[in-house]
Ligand binder design. Structure first.
Ligand code: PRP
Ligand code: MN
Ligand code: MG
Length: 186
């Protein structure tokens, strides 16, 4: 982990701040879904850390599922064209689906996903997004469970990557400028 730490310029949100926010949101969501069994789904890969912490803090019954979606491709910003790399295994027809995302940037990924889940017949679709970058929003997305609003800076950690690395960092951080220069993808 030492070489990872050397590449960090500064920490934006600490592990403790992330965990306490996730616990707060999980308590609210557990109340809201009491008596139902939602499918809590991670948008892979970025949401993997948030899904783990969030579901462990939830107290109602739930199922987990995963969909791997990419909107960035080989660029530093969202392209708006969505690629499904791996689909859910659950049939969402008639089910309450709670999407867990690491970050909303342009909103293209979630806009597409919410429409897709409704097209498949989900009874309800809600979103928990750990991070939001309001400055970069291109499409409106209705987010019921919110984490942190962050400035328009390229961040890594807690699932978020830079060229597929840094997802294992336990906080949200900004890398040194020279690290980004060598990287092609978020
Ligand atoms: C990132 C991030 C969100 C999405 C947000 O995923 O994890 O899923 O982009 O951007 P948007 O609001 O502009 O659509 P990415 O495509 O990098 O895939 P990954 O999760 O596998 O890193
Ligand atoms: Mn993602
Ligand atoms: Mg990414």
């Amino acid at each position: 982990i030492a070489d990872i730490q050397e590449n960090i310029d500064h920490e934006l949100i600490s592990h403790e701040q992330i965990m306490s926010k996730i616990e707060e949101v999980a308590a609210q969501a557990s109340k809201d879904y009491e008596g139902r069994v939602p499918i809590v789904m991670a948008v892979l890969k970025g949401a993997v850390c948030t899904l783990t912490a969030f579901t462990q803090a939830m107290t109602c019954h739930l199922e987990m599922d995963f969909m791997s979606i990419s909107s960035y491709g080989k660029s530093m910003s969202s392209s708006g064209s969505i690629t499904v790399r791996q689909d859910l295994t659950s049939d969402v027809k008639g089910r309450d689906v709670l999407i867990v995302e690491d970050i909303i940037d342009s909103g293209y990924t979630l806009d597409w996903l919410v429409k897709e889940l409704k097209r498949r017949g989900a009874a309800s679709v809600e979103i928990f997004a750990l991070l939001e970058k309001p400055a970069r929003r291109m499409v409106e997305v209705d987010v019921k469970y919110k984490g942190f609003e962050i400035p328009d800076e390229f961040v890594v950690g807690f699932g978020l990557d830079c060229d597929e690395q840094y997802r294992n960092l336990d906080c949200i951080a900004v890398l040194k400028p020279e690290v980004y220069e060598g990287a092609l993808t978020q």
